[in-house]
Structures are given as C-alpha cells and as structure tokens.
Design a protein around this ligand. Sequence first.
Ligand code: MOS
Length: 721
Amino acid sequence: MNTRSVARYEGILKVTGDARYEGEIVPDGTLHATLIESPVACGELLSLDTSRTAAFPGFAVMVSHADAASLKPSAATALIREKAIHFHGQPVALVAAGTLAEAREAARAIQVATTTRPAVTDIGQAAGSAYTPAMVGRFPAVTRRGDSSKALSEAELVIRNRYTTGVNNHHPMEPHAVVCWWEGSRAVVHTSTQAIFGTRAIIAHAFDIPATDVRVLARFLGGGFGCKGQLWWPWMFWAMLASRKANRPVRLELSRAQMFTLVGRRQQTEQDLTLGFVAGRLTAIEHDVVAQTSTHAEFSDSTAVYTRLLYACPNVSTRHQLVPTNEPHPIPMRAPGTAPGTFALESAMDEAAELIGIDPLELRMRNFADQDQETGRPWSSNSLLECYRAGAERFGWAHRHARSATKVGRWKIGSGMATTLYPAIRQACRARVSLRVDGSLLVQCGTQDMGSGTYTALGQIAADALGVPMEKVTVELGDTLLPDGPFSGGSQVTASILPAVEVATSKLRATLASIAVADATSPLGGKPPQDLELRDETIRSRTSNAGEPLVDVLARAAPDGLEAEGESPATNHQELAATGMGYGAIFVEIGVDPELGEIRVRRVCGAFAAGRIVNPLLARGQYIGGLVGGIGMALHEETVTDRPTGCIIGKSLTDYLVPVHADMPEFDIIMIEETDPHLPGGVKGIGMLGTAGIQAAIANAVYDAIGKRVRKLPIRIEDCL
Ligand code: MOS
C-alpha cells in the first residue's frame, strides 16, 4: 500500500451541493413530523389530549408510547415505550402532517398532562446516589495495581487536585434526520447514522422483522462526533411507526435546540487525581472520577482508563462512579475518555514538573512506559518519545521561556505541552472490489463517511493495489445492501477496512495474473504469475519489458469484469500479543490579555505517531479537526442546565460557543510513520488522537502566561482575571 495524498473523493459533490444527504430524499406524499417535548424534568406522562388536533389542516397522525408498546422491549425502545419522564424536553409524542408548519400547529394544540416529581439536575445535588458501574465501555470501572496508598505515604512529592470538565454537545453541522417508509412489511430508512448495520439490526429487533427486510441508507453525513448512534433510535422508531400508521413516508429532522437534548452529550466529570513521585519518577497514581449519567440508562466514559497505562508506575488505583440526574443521557463524544482524562493527568504532570524543578517534557520522557503497564504486554509499536522530540524541536520548546517573558501587544505569551493517546482498535467487516471490462473500478462497503475521508481512503487503497487511477474509481458506501461495513466510531474505519480491501484486491491480482499468463497470445503468456505486477493500468512483468494493458486482458478473458470480496477478521484485543496505541505530543503557544482575560491560541504543533498513514492530506485534516474540537472543549464549549427546571439554557449555536476561524491558530502537524508488525494492515486510528491532550496543553500554557492554574474546562475569561 502506498502513502499518497489524494484529494477528497466526494469534495466536488459536496461543494457543488450535488451530494444528497438522506434527509433531502423526500418522496411525493411525505408527511413531515415534529416532536412534542415534556415540559417537566421528572415525572410521568398522564395524558395527551388530541381532541382539537383532528380539525387542524394537514394533520395526519400522532404516535406516542401507546404505539411504541408494539415494539420489542430493549434499551433502544425503553424511552418511547414507557410513560416515565426522565429529563426536560424528552419527547412524549410525534405528530406528522402534510407540511412541517401544519405539524407544528397541530402539535401545539395537543394538551400534555404530566405528574411532576422533584428533579435531580446537578451531580452535586445527588452525590449520595453515586454508584460504581461494573464496566466503563470495554474496561473494568475499578482497578488496583500495587499499593497506591502505601506508595503515596512514602513519596517525596504528592500532588493532589480536583479537575472538572463541563458538559459538551456534539453539534455536527447536519442535524439528525430520517425519511422512512414501508414497502409492505419491508422498511426503507434514510437516516443520518454512524452505523447503518447497527441501525438495521436494532430496527429488525424492535419491529421483530428479519434484518433483510430493512434497508438503511446513509451515503453522506454532515458530521457525527459520536452522537449519530443509539440515542437517536427511539425518535427514528416513532417516525417509522407514524409511517406505518399513516401508510405514507415520514420525515423527521431534529432542530438545533433538540441537538442539545435528544442525541447525547459529553458527560460532566469531577476528577480527583493524586500523583506521588520519588526522584522524579511516578511511584503512585490515584484517579477517581465522578460523572453524570441519566436516570434512564448507564453510560461512563473511560476517563481514568488511560491513566492506567500512559506512564510507567507500579502503584495505580482508578475508579469511576456515576451519578444519575434528570438530564439528557451522555454518550461518547470526540475522544471520549481520553479528552477529559488527559486533561487531569497532563495538567497534574505539569504541576509536578514545576514542583520537582524539571522541564515538563523531561518529566514525561523520564516516566515513559516501555510496555503496557496493565497487562505487561509489549506495545505493538510506540513512537511517543519520537513525538516528544520532533514536536519539541519544531515548536522551539527549548526557547520558550524567552518567548514567555515577552509581551506581544496586549498579549502575555505562554507555552504548554501535553501527551495524547488513543487505542488502535478495529472491527470485522467486508468489502467488495469489482474491476469492470473498461478498466474502471467499483469499491463497495456498507460503512459510512462522517466527513472524515472514508470514500477517499477506501477508493485509493483499492486503486493503488490494482494500478488504476483514482479518476476511474467509484466508491459506494452507506447502504445495507452492500457488504457489512464497520460502524464509524472509535477512529477505526480505515484500520478496519484496509485488510478487507487488501484481501479482495489480492484475489483480483491473482486472477488477473493467472489469466494473463495462461493466454499464449498475451505478451505475458507463460511468465510466472508471481513475476507480474499491476501499475498504470497495465499488467507488467517485473523482470522483463513485457506488459499488457489491463483492459486488453479483461476484454479477452473476463468480458463481464471481475469481482472479489475480502473480509477483515474480528480482533479480540484482550488476546493480542501486543497492545496497540497511537500517541502524540501537543505543544501550544497562547496569548492571554491580562486585563480582559481573553485567551488566544497562537500556535499548535502536534507530533503524532499512528502506524501507517494512508493519505497524509486527509490525515492532516483529521488531526487539525481533532485539535479544533479540543480547543473548543478547552476554551469554548459548555452546555449549561438551569438547575431549578432542568432545562438546558441557550439551546442554540449563538449561546453554545464553538471555535470559529478567528479562534484558529497556526497548525503545524508532524506525522511520524510507524511500521507496526502486530496490527493487520498497520493502521492506527487518528481521528480522536488529535482531540485529546490539547486541553491540558492549553491549561498549562495559561499557567505559563499568567501564573494561574485553571483546573476546570472550559477555561473562560473569568478564570483568567
Ligand atoms: Mo466517536 S466519539 O467514537 O464517534
């Protein structure tokens, strides 16, 4: 496989508006739907009075928990099958009409009666109900290695602090939408999802129909960041029930305000972190996390999980606890776990370096973990030390104090750094590659492109393997009629599909070679097949000048073209001989206006090592995108609950701050290529690697600039005064 910068496959489609998003597929006769939201944060639905709606023009159908009772019980249907109200804004019914305006009018005429119970809307208010979940994702919630309390009592230096992170919402540009209809007992569902096959499976389960009777399409997504998954399913089910009831297609699109309540959030955390050192080496870590979950389901980020293995340390205790509140349910969001977790750990390392009196970069290098601290396994590959060195050099870390002493206009300059990491994971999946008789290529995989470059990566891997130019490649994604593709999450799509595509293209290469050498009229006739290669649309001999255009071989021997499928195996991470992690070192320079408290990120240098890089142009875009999200978490984004009512305050992109162009620094991205002997295909995820670490690097730079240690996110103007 080559490393090659290829322009985005779907770029022109998107900028010309020709890319059709699923919510834009609106057949004639489609009903438009809206949701009726609960006015209380805790209680029970008593009744929905629809006596006035029938008279409204265009009104077609209402569905509520009563209709959802026909669905099979599961975590995905619980919220819509039951009358319990768990958070302010929880939908209690869906109304569909000829137009959206008519649906809204009719919905307004429906009287909602509920009971009200006192709502818990703050984790502080319910600290007594904190409990320890069994697992956080695929990791145990509580771990203990060695004896941290003994080691802390013997440490030369102990740092103990609380770090807090706020609630964030995902906010992809494209809100969730569904357009669905029934063809007899078969469902067709156009929806914005990060997992078409997962969505198909959950629909089949809920409606108790075979998966093959469900077709889910998501060919283009305007972003996801983790929210286009399970929490959208209940509202999608209601749209499907409405479609079945009215026997017409139904379209539902969430409003921006509903993107704050109905599709998940990054959970709020309070993290107590204690580090113990002897001679500049970590001897003990205790990391206790308390985080918010909802009252209707359990979710915990893997916040303290990476504290278990980032640094060499013999005595480590970690614990996650959850507090259920009457707020929207949290789910993974942009570097789940690693973003809030490294904020605490990498801030504390900076504090420790100052007290020990060594450079914070030196402290990290001294505590480098040369193997997985939890399992004792070797790393599949690990270039973190090189990331530190390369990033520091490019950033000019050694000369930062001369700069920090300076003032540029009204700005006091400060620098900070931090480590980032993300596990290299992958899923089983399949892909199909077809070579047509005209020499063009069709690559098909039932995954989806969130905007991260899946179309391009898939196309270029197949194109390079078969010596076909990208202009002759068609990529089809986002349809469950295609081979089972991976869900888009956990930064694992490219790593997952690469082995499958390589299997499929090797099969095609072998077939082409055998038919070329078997043909006495071919210039390649009689050559050993292993001697052939595919390059520039030609099958060539490696050892002589003989060659024949691909189209000639196909025309003669495969007039219907050739097709092959490949499969990537499932990976059991517990059973691997080595632990796969991607790493990076983030260096930032900021300016703080000491009078106004304003913070500007001026320069960011990220040095990353994540296995083989398929497409450096796209990888750079992914890293920068991740860093931008990290800047948002560090300085801008926070979802605020009005504690008395449980209502989210300022449910708009006017009030919820996200970084804009004026907030953007200069980005310097360094990619350190790794050859990984353990991971099939050698690719590690990059999307979420850039999203963590930068929060702590910014907080550390704020301290460097103005001497104020801010241990909460986001860091706001008022924290710098
Ligand atoms: Mo992600 S937060 O795994 O979409």
